[in-house]
Design a protein around this ligand. Structure first.
Ligand SMILES: Cc1cc2nc3c(=O)[nH]c(=O)nc-3n(C[C@H](O)[C@H](O)[C@H](O)COP(=O)(O)OP(=O)(O)OC[C@H]3O[C@@H](n4cnc5c(N)ncnc54)[C@H](O)[C@@H]3O)c2cc1C
Length: 294
């Protein structure tokens, strides 16, 4: 189906984009990669009067390291992060997540920030960004603010952004210790959204004890969820078989899946337990080459 008619704006600066967003309010919609917005417009679930295309804004492209953070601009494509070999050591979860998202065509256009703003409960990126403790940099007529990902994702298709605020970048803390990460996902067919998924990142001290842990749960609640109890149970522990077993049992406790055509709630919870155990075992093996983890 064709979308409704709309006016097209292509600002050449962030200030101009914000001015347009402020002027059009709820009638305007930002266009990043268009991989969620355009299907919604074609289905007429969304019918914005004005499209504000941010793809010409050079200051939203690419990434840089500033003040201990990796700052990823809002129109950086998912595929760019997937193929950025220079980011793999410190941010392994970026490429590990990307390869599970849709297909190369979608990843070539879709942005990570666009996925976060779309706020689908099945967003693999929302899930990974919880594990990475991302912070969203937003700019609006009142200035700039930094929104931690846990506050940014409010509800299904709802974020903490005001209608006249542009998400300009993502900030990821640069790890100072050895890290390893895994993204695990079960889907019905290639390119599909998750039945359930899990993002895990762990950093360890030189003695092999976990110093930081991030665990995100995909498509098992109204938004991607954080497995807080499991994260807390990892801190200060070595990745022994016993710890992994205990922690993997905690992960599903914080999931809120529902029975649907993709599987029962119990099945999805068990998937999360299995994913957590598998991810932590692989992480322990990988980190073993860097520090004494067991
Ligand atoms: C066939 C297909 C399969 C897919 N499979 C998966 C999958 O397996 N896993 C997964 O996680 N995702 C999947 N997706 C979604 C995909 O990752 C989208 O690219 C992503 O959700 C949206 O990013 P985008 O840059 O295309 O945003 P757009 O579609 O351009 O925008 C999405 C929404 O965010 C708003 N927006 C975008 N950027 C900004 C900004 N900087 N500031 C303020 N508002 C903004 C837009 O106005 C719009 O409301 C799939 C999509 C398709 C088409």
């Amino acid at each position: 189906m064709f979308p409704n008619a709309f006016k097209y704006e292509a600002p050449t600066s962030v200030d101009e984009a914000i001015r347009l967003m402020d002027e059009y309010g709820y009638d305007g919609k930002v266009l990043a990669g268009g991989q969620s917005l355009l299907p919604m417009m074609k289905l007429r679930v969304a019918a914005p009067a004005v499209i504000i295309d941010i793809n010409k804004l050079d200051e939203l492209k690419g990434w840089s390291k500033v003040n201990g953070k990796l700052r990823i601009g809002a129109v950086t494509r998912q595929a760019e992060l997937e193929h950025a070999t220079e980011l793999r050591e410190q941010f392994p979860l970026l490429s590990r997540t990307a390869r599970w998202v849709a297909d190369p065509l979608v990843r070539n256009l879709g942005t990570v920030v666009g996925s976060l703003v779309h706020a689908d409960p099945a967003s693999d990126w929302g899930t990974a960004m919880l594990a990475l403790n991302a912070v969203v940099e937003a700019r609006g007529p009142k200035g700039e603010r930094l929104i931690p990902i846990d506050e940014f994702l409010v509800d299904t298709f709802t974020t903490a952004l005001d209608e006249n605020e542009l998400a300009v970048a993502l900030h990821l803390p640069i790890p100072t210790k050895p890290v390893a990460a895994r993204y695990m996902k079960l889907k019905r067919k290639a390119g599909d959204f998750a039945i359930a998924g899990l993002a895990v990142q762990v950093a360890v001290d030189n003695d092999g004890r976990v110093s930081e842990a991030g665990i995100g749960i995909c498509n098992c609640g109204p938004i991607p969820l954080r497995a807080v109890k499991a994260e807390e149970a990892l801190i200060g522990e070595r990745l022994t078989a016993k710890t992994i077993e205990n922690v993997s049992k905690l992960v599903p406790e914080e999931a809120e899946p529902v029975d649907d055509l993709r599987g029962s709630a119990d099945y999805k919870k068990d998937l999360l337990r299995v994913f957590a155990a598998r991810a932590l075992r692989e992480i322990a093996e990988e980190l073993h080459g860097k520090v004494e983890v067991q």
